[in-house]
Design a protein around this ligand. Structure first.
Ligand SMILES: C[S@@+](CC[C@H](N)C(=O)[O-])C[C@H]1O[C@@H](n2cnc3c(N)ncnc32)[C@H](O)[C@@H]1O
Length: 510
């Protein structure tokens, strides 16, 4: 199904858009970065406002945390007015940057002038502090103030474990590693039963261990109704140079979880959207301890997910495990060596992975080539063997997310090898794998179909061991056949895809 995204602009939205462009232009890049000030263009703000279900008649409390110049509140008010919602709105905006107050106030006054807006309140405050206080009941109020509609484009920044924000959030049981997740978690807690939340955020929360607690909290208290995925990385915020894959999602508090609408657009808010309805079990697989959120935007992708899901093996059935490389280089700085020599063990970084194999050493590079064979480094070493290595961070230029190479036992001198932390290693009880199995796993991981599937649940460039564990794999026999052929072949994309098609036919046959 396809829908048009871009209804006409109104005076209110035009004025707020002019305000946004002005405030955005007069902010230094450093301040924009520190406060995550990537304001929402009007077309995207309309997509967010359009995600809410039309609420039942009555007085609605609306919250806009990190409000910027108020673009999201204005878009919501605009929609409610255009569609004649039988409601009154009490608007609350929270913004930390004092420099934005005049612009935000002007937007709120314009909203308040409309008949359906009953009141507008502006809190010049840090939302984490304000929200935590609200939820604790504050000094005087016994019950926290709750909201019926929350709309947000939160700032993003890592939250260090020892930061005041983390402590404040932990004190009310919220464990998050990024400011955007903190905003969403707090906002979700401030929703009244049946209340709706719409947010635009990076899609990095959908998978990965750092957001696991956040996903669990969110899905325990709200139903995921709809997710909008932008097809291309930087379209949505083109004029503010954001390089993130964004999603917009719609949550409803304390209602039964039904099917989920997944839609995608080419970004910018003006493209056509493809929509489909997917049972929740396809989005979050039942019994998945990691609660990974799979985004399956269209039939072709669903097909890929179905085929991947039907593969026969998980890693433990193959006798294979995957872990992050043990060498965190700054912790063993005194043992790093740029050149290999006697009394040293080869050390592998991503830079040593080239075209499906390991090229070692890389002389004259920035990274060490060896680790001293010392008492302190013993626990960091693996016995020489055949291993599959996967980069943890693929660069933006890399065509695929998963980049796998094979380390063969004879590739390196000596009886041991060390692997750096930016590399994931496939092993068998911390020892090597049968050669053909290693090649089979690498070819499978480097195939286009695995890449397509992986992108459905991993929106950033990081490939964690948990992600690789969550995949299903072909049978041992298939991996051996695939690996035997892949070892002899060129490791270019076309060849790999043809081999995977031949030896794992269920992934591609009609
Ligand atoms: C990504 S911008 C979005 C602004 C606005 N909601 C929009 O959509 O255009 C995030 C906003 O949050 C504000 N902000 C950053 N940290 C904040 C905090 N701790 N408390 C409240 N606002 C904050 C920034 O100043 C910025 O205006």
């Amino acid at each position: 199904m396809t829908t048009e995204l871009n209804p006409p602009s109104t005076d209110l939205s035009l004025r707020v858009e002019a305000r946004r462009v002005r405030e955005s232009a007069c902010r230094e890049a450093t301040q924009r970065g520190e406060l995550g000030q990537f304001f929402t263009p009007a077309a995207i703000a309309r997509v967010l406002a359009g995600m809410f279900d039309v609420p039942p008649p009555g007085a609605l409390r609306v919250l806009d945390p990190g409000a910027g110049v108020g673009s999201l509140t204005a878009a919501l008010v605009d929609r409610a007015r255009d569609e004649g919602w039988p409601v009154t709105l009490d608007l609350t905006a929270v913004e930390v940057d004092g420099g934005l107050m005049r612009a935000l106030e002007a937007t709120l006054i314009e909203c308040e002038d409309l008949p359906l807006a009953r009141s507008a309140t502006l809190h010049s405050a840090d939302f984490i502090t304000w929200g935590c206080e609200q939820l604790r009941g504050g000094l005087f109020a016994a019950e926290p103030e709750l909201f019926d509609l929350v709309i947000l484009n939160p700032p993003y920044r890592k939250l260090n474990t020892d930061s005041a924000d983390r402590r404040r959030l932990s004190s009310i049981g919220i464990e998050v590693t990024n400011l955007y997740a903190a905003f969403v978690a707090l906002a979700a807690r401030m929703l009244a039963p049946g209340g709706q939340l719409v947010a635009i955020t990076p899609r990095s929360f959908c998978n990965g261990p750092y957001f696991k607690a956040f996903r669990k909290e969110l899905l325990a208290s709200t139903a995921l109704r709809r997710i909008h995925v932008f097809d291309s990385r930087d379209e949505a915020f083109r004029d503010t140079a954001v390089l993130q894959e964004n999603v917009i999602f719609h949550l409803v508090k304390e209602v039964e979880q039904g099917s989920v609408v997944i839609e995608s657009s080419s970004g910018g808010g003006s493209g056509l959207t493809h929509q489909r309805v997917v049972p929740f079990e396809r989005v979050v697989h039942p019994g998945d301890a990691n609660t990974i959120i799979h985004l399956v935007p269209d039939e072709a992708h669903a097909d890929v997910a179905g085929r991947m899901g039907a593969l026969p093996c998980e890693l433990p059935t193959l006798g294979v495990a995957v872990s992050t490389g043990r060498v965190v280089d700054f912790r063993v700085r005194e043992h790093l060596r740029m050149e290999a020599g006697p009394g040293m063990v080869p050390l592998l970084y991503p830079t040593h992975m080239r075209a499906g194999r390991v090229r070692w050493p890389v002389p004259g590079g920035k990274k060490a080539n060896a680790l001293a064979d010392a008492h302190e480094t013993q626990k960091l070493l693996l016995p020489a063997g055949n291993y599959v290595l996967v980069k943890r961070f693929s660069s933006k230029e890399e065509r695929r997310r998963i980049v796998a190479s094979v380390l063969e036992k004879g590739d390196l001198p000596g009886a041991r090898v060390a692997v750096e932390h930016h590399v994931n290693v496939f092993h068998n009880l911390n020892a090597g794998l049968p050669l053909e199995v290693a090649w089979g796993i690498a070819a499978y991981l480097n195939s286009t179909i695995v890449d397509l599937f992986f992108r459905q649940f991993n929106g950033h460039t990081q490939v964690n061991a948990t992600d690789l564990r969550s995949l299903r794999y072909p049978s041992v026999d298939q991996l051996v056949e695939l690996g035997t052929a892949a070892r002899e072949a060129e490791h270019d994309q076309n060849t790999i895809d043809l081999l995977v098609e031949r030896f794992v036919p269920s992934l591609t046959d009609a």
